[in-house]
Design a protein around this ligand. Sequence first.
Ligand SMILES: [Zn+2]
Length: 122
Amino acid sequence: MSDQAPSELESQRRRAARNQSLFREVNERIEDLAAASSFSTFICECMDESCDKGVPLTIEEYEHIRARSNSFLVIPGHEVPEVEEVIEASDRFLVVAKSGSGERVAAALDPRKRTVQADADG
Ligand SMILES: [Zn+2]
């Protein structure tokens, strides 16, 4: 089922990366409040804006994911192949990397490397 024009696909990818970057911002706050040695409940960073599923992670696991600007934490089944690629999988969570122009958006919106304001559209 792929009758989308390339530009529409890229637009979808950028939109997904923006939505998921907002969830990532929330998880940064959660981590700030978390104790280092135990599980904390982070939120699924999938592209569904209404998703509020929690994911139990240790700070170490979260830091591992966050080490890359283009990585997002999602619950298994919440990945969307059109906009992202699964790069790691465990029984509790997947790590996805944004595809196409979504990667640029994800990097620009990385809260740990924010130097320029991402242009949101394009
Ligand atoms: Zn989700």
